[in-house]
Each structure stands twice: as C-alpha cells, then as structure tokens.
Design a protein around this ligand. Structure first.
Ligand SMILES: Cc1cc2nc3c(=O)[nH]c(=O)nc-3n(C[C@H](O)[C@H](O)[C@H](O)COP(=O)(O)OP(=O)(O)OC[C@H]3O[C@@H](n4cnc5c(N)ncnc54)[C@H](O)[C@@H]3O)c2cc1C
Length: 395
C-alpha cells in the first residue's frame, strides 16, 4: 500500500507550525501555512535544544543549517545564585552526541525560525501565506473548512493548529478556557559577548539557582552572543501575548534577592532586557486534549509549558515529526492518523509539563529544601542532571 498524499493546512508559522509544515511537505503532502503576522521580525531570545530536539532537525535535513547558527556548549553548570558556588556539572558537547546520537544545541529563536522557514521555502508543494489570521474552522466527515483573511473559503483534509499559547483553534476544538498565569516573569536579553566584560562571558550553559528566582545563561550564534534569562516571582503586566516588553536592568535586579555580585553585574551589563509574563496549562490528562477528528493541536497550542526544562520548542519539534509520520502511514484515515498522533504524544508531553513545574519548585527553593537539592547535586552530579528518558527519545 503506498503512502497517502493529503492536503494539510497549518495555522501558525512559529517553530511548531513551520516544523510540521516542513515534515509534511518532505513526506509528499500538499501543505498550506497561514501566519497572522505580515512579516517575520527577528524576535525572541535564546532557545535550548536537547538531543531529542536536534534529532528532529537532523531528520528534517537541517543539520548543516543548525551547525551554522547554533552553539554546542561543552557542559551545563549548576551554580548557587547567591554565592556562585558550583553545585553540579553535566557534560554536554561530545558526551551528549556520543550518548544520544545528536548534539545539545543552544541558539537564538530567530535563527531556529529562519532555518525552518528557509527549509520550508525550498519545498515546492508547500505555500506560506503571511498576514493571514485564521479565526475559526469547521469540520465534517469529509474535510476541514475555514475562511482566510481575504474572505476565501478553503477546504483541506487535515488541519494542524500551531497557533501558540493563545490558540483560538484550541478553544473551538476543545471548548477550553484561556491559559493560566504562573505568577512568574521571565526577563530575557541577548548581547554580543564582545560587549561584555571578560568575567561575564561564557561558553557553557549555566543555571543559577536562588530563593524565588533563577537565571540561565548560554552562548548562541556559534558562541559570539550570550543569552540570559532571569525568572522571578511576580504578576507581570502589559499585554500577555507581547514577547518584547522593554525592562530596565534595575527591574531585573529587583527580584534577585541576595544575588551574587556576578549576577548583579550581569543584569547591569546586558542591554535590551525584555520581560515576558509566563503562562501555562495543567499537564495534559488525555489524548483528547491534542486534537479531534481532522484537527491536530501541535506545540504550545496543545501543551504550553514552563521553560524550566527548556523543552517548549523541543516538544513542538517532536510533535511535528510524529504528526507527519502518522499522516503518511498507509491504511490510516486522516481521523485515525490524528488519533494515533494524539495517542503517541500526550503522555510524553504531560510528563515534560509536570517535570518543568517540579523543576521550578526546586530551582526557587530556600532553607532545608535548597540544602537537600544542593547536597543531591553534589553527591549525584550528572546522575541527577542527565535525563535519558528525555534526551534519548527517538534515538
Ligand atoms: C514572538 C515569539 C518570541 C518567542 N521567544 C522565545 C524565546 O526567546 N525563548 C523561548 O524559549 N521561547 C520563545 N518563544 C516560544 C517558543 O517559540 C515556543 O514556546 C515554542 O517554540 C513552541 O512554539 P509554537 O510554534 O507552538 O508557538 P509560537 O512560537 O507561539 O507560534 C505560534 C504562531 O502562530 C501564529 N498565530 C497565532 N494565532 C494565529 C491565527 N489565529 N492565525 C494565524 N497565525 C496565528 C503566531 O503569530 C505565531 O507565529 C517565542 C514565541 C514567539 C511567538
């Protein structure tokens, strides 16, 4: 039996949408992608991709593109945010490659986005429509029907809703409520390492753990730039879907109670801080929350998560590969393929969502809990920091 060729609409051209579209186009399907923004600006700061995620990029033919823009740090260091003491080390670099068959990469979100976009543009059976907001979709037993911004009605066999955290399609497919505020704010900045004093530059991933806050720093763009994220407790403000609200170094430093001088210096030295209020949803409870009939939810539309396991983009990439595989399986109807995708993905995504919440609690702890955490890391080291169940997926 030969593989089916399907007509697929992808709503949203973020990481999840572009990866889904590219995976489906490479499998021979006819793909149309609809993105509400009129032009892609290089927004966002850095993204970490574990071997489970870079493996998907390799499968999409993007290994050379990844090599050209990412950094491949030799290790993850965990440090106390209050006195900069080293608590634990996880070797990455060649060890991650040897152990998991794919690298641990750190890169700018804009570079990841551009790489996926360039890959998609090379696919002749894929079309991208920008400035095209899709509000709603209806489905019957034969097709998914939706109206584009210019008023045209289109029918396709399958839709991938990759419209992100504030997904409108999700609310229609699942009759769902909006995401929940987590009570945490992330401040992010991306600067050239050459513009920083030497003691603040870094070639490794460092997680700095403090009471009610943590920071993560890592290199991107082949190591030439440094990305920093500081997560603090607080309600946040401004527009919840705005990724680029400017913040002052003093605002960043204000929530870092008792921070070591090196972190305070970093807050002041990095220019261009932007704040981003964090939202999520409870971990998935069933396959039914990842799609229905001909509409599959992918990426943040299905399972927005806290960034404390650095797997938001990773799970979006894993989703994309899985959906393309199921839609290409001979003998399955579209609805069966969407069901098979949801069955295959929901528990994995739920586990990562839960683990991210738990990490946040450990990262921000104080007193006895922090002492237990630090002791565990000192004694067990890489054994607590390495996660074969996470990074070995799909190997
Ligand atoms: C601007 C921006 C900056 C980000 N920066 C970072 C960062 O610095 N670090 C980090 O770890 N993560 C960042 N993220 C989040 C990260 O990209 C995602 O968590 C992860 O990659 C999963 O992506 P996604 O494609 O599911 O969702 P998103 O990346 O949110 O993409 C959703 C896409 O759908 C489009 N869209 C939404 N509704 C509609 C509609 N009705 N019709 C058509 N299009 C629609 C949006 O414009 C967007 O392009 C950012 C996301 C965005 C949108």
């Amino acid at each position: 039996m030969s593989a089916p060729v399907r007509s697929i609409a992808v709503v949203g051209a973020g990481v999840a949408g572009l990866a889904t579209a590219l995976a489906c186009a490479r499998a021979g399907h006819r793909v149309q992608v609809f993105e509400q923004v009129g032009a892609f600006a290089p927004v966002g700061a850095g993204i970490q991709l574990g071997p489970n995620a870079t493996r998907v990029l390799h499968d999409l033919g993007l290994e050379p593109a990844l090599r050209a823009v990412a950094a491949f740090p030799a290790e993850l260091q965990v440090r106390s945010a209050t006195d900069a003491r080293l608590l634990g080390v996880l070797p990455l670099g060649e060890r991650a490659q040897a152990r998991y068959g794919a690298p641990y990469a750190t890169l700018a979100r804009a570079d990841l986005h551009h790489m996926l976009l360039t890959g998609l543009e090379a696919q002749t059976q894929a079309s991208l429509y920008v400035g095209c907001h899709i509000d709603s979709a209806q489905q019957d037993s034969g097709a998914v029907q939706f109206r584009t911004a210019d008023g045209m009605v289109r029918r396709v066999e399958c839709m991938a809703a990759a419209d992100g955290l504030w997904s409108k399609l999700r609310s229609q497919v699942l009759y769902d409520t909006p995401p929940d505020a987590t009570g945490h704010i992330a401040y992010r900045a991306l600067v050239q390492q050459a513009d920083l004093p030497e003691n603040l530059r870094s070639a490794v991933v460092t997680a700095w753990l403090g009471p009610n806050f943590h920071a993560v720093t890592y290199p991107v763009r082949g190591g030439a730039w440094l990305n920093a994220v500081v997560v603090e407790h607080g309600a946040g403000g401004g527009e919840p879907d705005n990724w680029s609200q400017p913040a002052s170094p003093d605002a960043v430093a204000a929530g870092m109670e008792g921070a070591a001088p090196v972190l305070r210096d970093l807050a002041q030295a990095m220019g261009g801080w932007q704040s981003w209020t964090l939202f999520d949803r409870p971990p998935l409870r069933s396959a039914a929350l990842m799609g229905a009939a001909r509409i599959a939810l992918v990426g943040d539309a299905a399972h927005p998560m806290r960034p404390y396991l650095a797997q938001g983009a990773g799970m979006a990439l894993e989703d994309s590969g899985c959906l393309a595989r199921e839609l290409s399986r001979p003998g399955l109807s579209v609805a069966q393929a969407v069901q098979a995708y949801a069955n295959a993905r929901w528990q994995r995504n739920a586990r990562v969502q839960k683990r991210a919440v738990r990490n946040g609690v450990w990262f921000h702890s104080s007193g006895v809990r922090a002492s237990v955490r630090d002791l565990g890391m000192r004694v067990l080291g890489a054994r607590v920091l390495d996660m074969p169940w996470l990074y070995g997926y799909g190997a």
